[in-house]
Design a protein. Sequence first.
Length: 293
Amino acid sequence: MPCSAVTLSLATITSIIAVALLAIAFSTDNWLYIEVKRSNILNYLGKHSDAQSQALLESVNSKYYYFTRTKGLFRICYPQERPPSVKTYLSPVETYCNNINYYIPDEQNETKNFTDDAWTRLHMGRSMIALFMIAFISVFAAFCTGVTGCWRRSPGNITATAILMLLACLLSAAGMGLWHGVEYFEKEKVVGEEFYQQWSNVLRDNAKVNYDWSYMLAWVGVGWSLVAAILFSGAAMCLRGEREREEAINMQYLMPVYPQKQQYAYAGYPVPQPQAYAGPYYTTGSAYGPYNY
């Protein structure tokens, strides 16, 4: 089997896996799992009856960040109890969720009191979504060039496919980097009351944040897209080498070959001697010549 057929097959399979993993991660809501032990918080507040505890109890029963939840790129979902003060809807996977607000557009000017850190977090979140979308556009372009390259067996088209898959890999990796930047700002900077720096001490002590399976799928998809780019590059090199060999074989048929005496001699065949003209031959005093004196 030709080298190009094997590498193209492997590149196609890996690119499909990469796109599937990235698409699943992009559309699901399990990047972070925030487990809140509400029972421990309620027991703690039940033992204290001061004004601060009563105010905190109202927040526990109304604010969404006192509830166990999963967080994705677009939604926050509640696999257990739902906060009564948040308007939720049923997601495609039968989980009650509410949307993450990126303020596009900000019709009510809700961002006017944002701090610089809050603005930085918001811009990184918007850029993250944009990078992932551009990465999917790059994958679609790679699909078009790849189909054309396989049909025409064109090394140039396959090389373009490798470049586009590498671009998709870099864009999605950059999106993952921005996601970690958003996570860092939400944990280490003052960017809103729903984030870690402004949590109450009792919530910090009874909440645990873990990376979830959507996050892991996203990084695996980035890795597979890099493998696909490398395989497409190898397939282009194989196609180019096969084409050069085919052209070399065809040139042998196109060049005329003329036999020479040396070819016979080198091959062991006797070289034919030059032939004299056929008779009759006449000499002086011949009895048979036309002028017999």
